[in-house]
Design a protein around this ligand. Structure first.
Ligand SMILES: Cc1ncc(C[n+]2csc(CCOP(=O)(O)OP(=O)(O)O)c2C)c(N)n1
Ligand SMILES: [Mg+2]
Length: 536
């Protein structure tokens, strides 16, 4: 019997749908359960990046999407492929990243039966549903199309969250004559209500000490934010995800300084606070307590949940940041003279070096050396390490998308694979990674992936020979330091064994120079900087 015209497997159809709908890169590791997905990748010519662990696939797709704004996909096998990628999904969820994960499942007949088939989970979709923003199972070719449509368009129609699609492996091998189409979708995010805009503008206009807090949700609205702040003459503080929304030296910019008491005092003294595209979460404040906002709180967010959370807003605008900021500014006359005592934000900036201990000064010197080496239009991906916690505030940024940190979920091992994915998305841009000596080992098998791809990627490792933050926390809590020092392998020799370049630097100048050289190299370079060498 001859096949129907246009017949090919559902696995091929799925790849066609991805390609025609703008996915150009898929990170993954194939297995016997995903063979039919790989038939599709081969048929469409979609770029596949073989990583060394599924967590690396998720982190890389995350970095790709964060820097480019375009969703990327990861493909994993049933069972362990899915569970391995879940940490990366948790990170993407908390930082609102459009990450698409496609997984196989065992054959339909076995699902939920507990037969013990290869890669079996008792309920795979439920495992995913607890971590992803959405989790769907396709049971037909039409399901594949509809679920992919929902996942990809969902990234545009609201707050992006990672999306999961699973397809039984026997379905992937079935034939279909369905034709892959582009999902037509013209969608504007929620526009603010004009009556509420007017009320919010009136409140901001009459405020004596207005203050703006902006987060990652305002990433695409830097110009609008600046215009409104200047119109109001209001100080702006950002979360770490909002770094660079205003140029570092703008006279109204307090920087990403919410965790510091100087800025918290200004927030407490403000009579109206406008919080825009920010969760105001524990990891934005990082001082163990809730931000004290006694003034009137106006919130702008595309996620309705944020408008009714623990920071009850007096006035809530369910809206995309850019139009809300634009319309607020349009309703306001130019105000001046509202700044406390007529001073610029610089005079209120937390002075993180004042009375800082020697290790903090060492980290500040290294951060300055990294900043010196990277051009303004560059992207630094950072891990959970003390130098990055300082950099969340102290690393100066002139534009958004310069500094990236695994803020909410806070997982170790994110920086290197995320930078790898970002470099693939923006090959001509300077991209670098910064990790601690312990965290880098979580995912440094992806260094070989970067070598294979010939990526000019500096991987800066801040070596304090310990799980430094946890050690300091234990000491601070009078707990005898336990489990906080580990034997490191020779970091540079490890990099060389992977086929990467390596450098050990001992001065800020050496660090700057090594990063510059690494940015022009034919492959990644691990640059080791020991904290003890940078002490003042
Ligand atoms: C997956 C995961 N496990 C554990 C932790 C807890 N944790 C946070 S920082 C840290 C120490 C990391 O050490 P290192 O990478 O050397 O950075 P340092 O604090 O020394 O700068 C640990 C274990 C975490 N954030 N993520
Ligand atoms: Mg360390």
């Amino acid at each position: 019997m001859s096949a129907a015209p246009g017949a090919r497997t559902i696995g091929v159809y799925l790849a066609e749908l991805l390609a025609i709908n703008g996915i150009d890169t898929v990170f993954g590791i194939p297995g016997v359960h995903t063979l039919e997905l790989y038939r599709g990748l081969a048929a469409t010519g979609l770029r596949h990046v073989l990583v060394r662990h599924e967590q690396g696939a998720g982190f890389a797709a995350d970095g790709y999407a964060r820097l480019s704004g375009r969703p990327a996909a990861a493909m994993v096998i049933s069972g362990p492929g899915l569970t391995n990628i879940l940490t990366a999904v948790g990170q993407a969820y908390s930082d609102s990243v459009p990450l698409l994960v496609i997984a196989s499942t065992p054959v339909r007949a076995s699902l939920g039966k507990g037969w013990g088939v290869l890669h079996e989970l008792a309920d795979q979709r439920r495992v995913a549903a607890g971590v992803f923003g959405s989790a769907r199972t396709a049971l037909s070719a039409d399901d594949v199309r509809d679920h992919l449509r929902a996942a990809l368009l969902g990234f545009q129609s609201g707050r992006p969250r990672p999306a999961y699609l699973e397809i039984p492996l026997d379905l992937l091998a079935e034939s279909t004559s369905a034709i892959a189409h582009r999902f037509d979708f013209d969608c504007a995010l929620a526009q603010p209500d004009p009556v509420l805009i007017e009320r919010a503008a009136a409140r901001l206009h009459s405020a004596r000490r207005p203050l703006i807090i902006a987060g990652g949700g305002a990433r695409a609205a830097a110009a609008e934010l600046r215009a409104l702040a200047e119109r109001l003459d209001a100080f702006v503080a950002t979360s770490a995800a909002g770094k660079g929304l205003l140029p570092e030296n703008h006279p109204l910019h307090l920087g990403a300084s919410l965790p510091y008491r100087e800025t918290q005092a200004l927030v407490a003294a403000a009579d109206v606070v406008l919080a825009i595209g920010t969760e105001l979460s524990e990891t934005d404040i990082y001082s163990g307590t809730r931000l004290n906002i006694p003034g009137e709180l106006i919130r702008v967010d595309i996620d309705p949940i944020k408008l009714t959370d623990q920071y009850g807003a007096a006035l809530a605008l369910l809206a995309d940041a850019a139009p809300a900021l634009r319309q607020l500014a349009a309703g306001l006359p130019q105000r001046t003279g509202l700044r406390p005592l007529g001073q610029t934000a610089q005079t209120h900036r937390p002075d993180f070096l004042h009375q800082a201990d020697a290790p903090t000064r060492a980290r500040a010197r290294a951060l300055a050396a990294i900043r010196e080496a990277l051009p303004p239009h560059s992207a630094l991906f950072t891990d959970m390490t003390q130098i990055a916690y300082l950099g969340n505030y102290a690393y100066p940024c002139e534009q958004p998308l310069s500094w990236f940190h695994p803020s909410g979920y806070g997982t170790l091992g994110w920086a290197l694979p995320a930078a790898l994915g970002a470099k693939l998305a923006a090959p001509t841009q300077a991209v670098a990674a910064l990790a601690g000596d312990f965290g880098v080992q979580f995912s440094w098998s992806e260094l070989t992936t970067a070598v294979e791809l010939g990526l000019a990627l500096p991987l800066i490792v801040w070596n304090n020979q310990s799980l430094g933050q946890i050690r300091d926390d234990m000491i601070g809590a009078s707990i005898p330091p336990t489990g906080v020092s580990a034997l490191n392998p020779d970091l540079c020799r490890y990099a060389e064994a992977c086929g990467a370049h390596s450098r050990r630097v001992t001065t800020p100048q050496g660090l700057t120079q090594a990063i510059r050289q690494a940015l022009g190299a034919d492959r990644p370079t691990l640059i080791e900087a020991a904290e003890e060498d940078f002490l003042p």
